[in-house]
Write a new protein. Structure first.
Length: 610
């Protein structure tokens, strides 16, 4: 079975060559026989691939300068398992996930692999077409008959008869103020069918913002309001698309605990989540989506949550005999690092910091950072982490810096000015141009080695989007670009504020590895603010913990070694972690479980060392 897919956004036949040649067409072997395997669309804006004639030589892929064409050979058994295809030369999804009443189904996979398509099919926003479109589109009778004998059979019967009410919490919550206005309390009251507003407001810490206008809410506040609004509605199926975005660790745990209570009401819950620790805590079972992003996605058979996440990290599905990742992702238990940097060069030292911004007051204990060291920063939202990052860069009194700024601070230790490169929390690209312009600047950077440049471009998958305009990039693509710009800037200190936001699991772990290798190779230092515990565990050498009262007072403790820092932070959060026996990844203990009680008793919140 062969799938030919064209990314129409990438296809630019008018720019293929200065002579107007279309190499994907010109060099296709079937053209010589008169078969029009690849032809121009009527408006000549993109090419069209005739799959029935395509023999899959792959010459068109090699000749296309924009990487717009993909031809994939799939096992024949999948031919009868296609659930949806958007159209000729477009993305295909194979198989379906199986939701169950009273259970939480977690979906794991890269961006562009079909998770949102799957949610749309289960919510009837899209109708299953078995790869057929146009007049051949299947009717409900055929769809229901196809799933006879499986748990999806009854699901689609109820969906057809409108007997199932579906509640959907969307991925992009930043657009909510464009469609909803008024105060938070008014919005939630409209959705409160079970008179639970007071309890839910307390669970999600919304009580203090109920009288605020929706237009002035932060990203984290909008996320919590969206989750509350979805929860308060009376439905049978609840779909949550990336509910942990913008939330701090404690808010993520509160969100997960709340969503799990829906299963006690015999509701059907499906969650797309990139924070593996939260997905592990939240789900009863998982389905893995694998394939080639933008081309096709395959839904795995359901797996137990622990086994499923470990399969995803390992990259091999035993019961399907499929390997979708060349190298497994393995976490390493690192020992406490009290003396690792004691003899290293001090890059920067700072005295106690005290800052007042309106009603908010920040105190930070003075410390130092060494060459090759990354200090991870943990703390609740609104506690002063971003203010601290800005103060380190000496820009706390301005909010108009851009991504290309290089700020100078004075290092009293060695009496020299240091350069600081920043990846801010909120990304704004005001410059024009294409991703290829960024790639060119990286390749021409004289202070970077060739291996460093190659790793930066490859690990962030910049070549795949090099022909895209900066103004057209998604949140995840913008994040990758800003990380690349920051790491390619010549600096002594690198500051990263939430680098994993908008990234899928795969890219989060690649970025974590990239940050570590880059700081080590450059022999510079870095501060990283991050809410994803697994990502922070991968990145940091030491931990700087913030405590206090969000919005009023923040206190930054001196940096501690990895184990002590996580222990301090998790104790404040009231959460305990353990290590998975196979992958060594951190896992959240269910609150009140035997392991949770035991670890709290012996004061080991991070994990029990061997």
């Amino acid at each position: 079975m062969r799938i030919a897919v064209l990314n129409k956004d990438f296809c630019k036949p008018d720019k293929c060559s200065p002579f107007g040649e279309k190499p994907c067409i010109k060099y296709c072997p079937r053209v010589r026989t008169g078969d029009k395997t690849i032809v121009l669309s009527p408006d000549e804006k993109f090419v069209i691939i005739t799959e029935s004639l395509c023999s899959g030589e792959g010459i068109c892929i090699k000749k296309c300068p924009f990487k717009a064409i993909s031809i994939v050979n799939l096992p024949d058994p999948l031919e009868n398992q296609i659930s949806y295809r958007y159209g000729q030369d477009q993305f295909s999804l194979f198989r379906m996930a199986i939701p169950k009443k009273g259970k939480v189904l977690g979906l794991i996979g890269q961006n562009g692999i079909g998770k949102s398509t799957l949610l749309k099919l289960l919510s009837n926003e899209l109708k299953i077409n078995f790869g057929r479109f146009g007049e051949e589109h299947p009717d409900w009778k055929e769809i229901i008959e196809h799933f006879k004998g499986s748990e999806l059979h009854q699901y689609f019967i109820e969906l057809k008869d409108n007997k199932v009410k579906i509640i959907y919490k969307p991925q992009n919550i930043t657009v909510i103020p464009k469609f909803v206005s008024g105060k938070v309390v008014d919005l939630l009251n409209k959705n409160d069918r079970g008179k639970q507003l007071d309890q839910i407001s307390e669970n999600l810490n919304l009580s203090k913002i109920l009288d605020r206008d929706i237009s002035v809410l932060s990203g984290g506040e909008l996320q919590r309001v969206a989750i509350a609004a979805a929860y308060l509605k009376d439905g049978e199926v609840y779909l949550f698309d990336e509910p942990s975005s913008y939330l701090d660790v404690s808010e993520r745990i509160n969100m997960a605990k709340l969503i799990r209570t829906l299963s006690e009401k015999n509701k059907t819950i499906i969650v797309v989540e990139h924070d593996l620790a939260i997905l592990d805590y939240l789900s009863d079972y998982v389905s893995i989506l694998y394939g080639q992003p933008g081309v096709y996605g395959i839904v795995s058979h359901p797996q137990g949550v622990r086994v499923g996440i470990n399969i995803y990290l390992n990259g091999y599905i035993k019961d399907e005999n499929i390997r979708f990742r060349e190298d497994p992702i393995i976490f390493h238990e690192r020992p406490p690092q009290e003396s690792l940097f004691d003899s290293g060069d001090i890059v920067f030292s700072y005295d106690d910091i005290e800052i007042s911004l309106g009603r908010f007051h920040l105190n930070a204990s003075g410390s130092e950072i060494h060459a090759g060291e990354i200090i991870g920063i943990l703390g609740p939202n609104g506690i002063g982490k971003t203010t601290f990052i800005n103060s380190i860069a000496n820009i706390v009194n301005t909010d108009n810096y851009n991504l290309t700024d290089e700020h100078e601070i004075f290092n009293e230790e060695n009496s020299q000015k240091l350069k600081v490169a920043i990846k801010p929390q909120y990304i704004k690209i005001e410059e024009e141009g294409q991703v290829s312009d960024i790639i060119t600047k990286i390749k021409l950077a004289p202070h970077l080695s060739q291996s460093y440049k190659k790793r930066l471009i490859n690990n962030l998958n910049l070549e795949n989007i090099k022909e895209r305009n900066l103004s057209e990039l998604s949140g995840g693509e913008l994040q990758r670009i800003t990380i690349a710009k920051c790491l390619s800037t010549e600096a002594d200190i690198y500051l990263f504020d939430e680098p994993s936001a908008f990234l899928d699991v795969e890219m989060r772990l690649q970025v974590a590895q990239l940050l570590r290798k880059s700081i080590e190779e450059l022999k510079k230092s870095g501060f990283v603010v991050e809410h994803d515990i697994i990502t922070q565990d991968f990145i940091a050498d030491s931990i700087l913990v913030f405590e206090g009262s969000p919005g009023l007072e923040g206190n930054a403790l001196p940096p501690q070694n990895l184990r002590d820092g996580f222990n301090t932070f998790l104790k404040i959060m009231g959460i305990t972690f353990r290590r998975d026996g196979i992958t060594k990844r951190p896992r959240v203990n269910k609150i009140g479980s035997n392991k949770d009680i035991y670890q709290k008793r012996i004061n080991e919140y991070y994990y029990i060392p061997k």
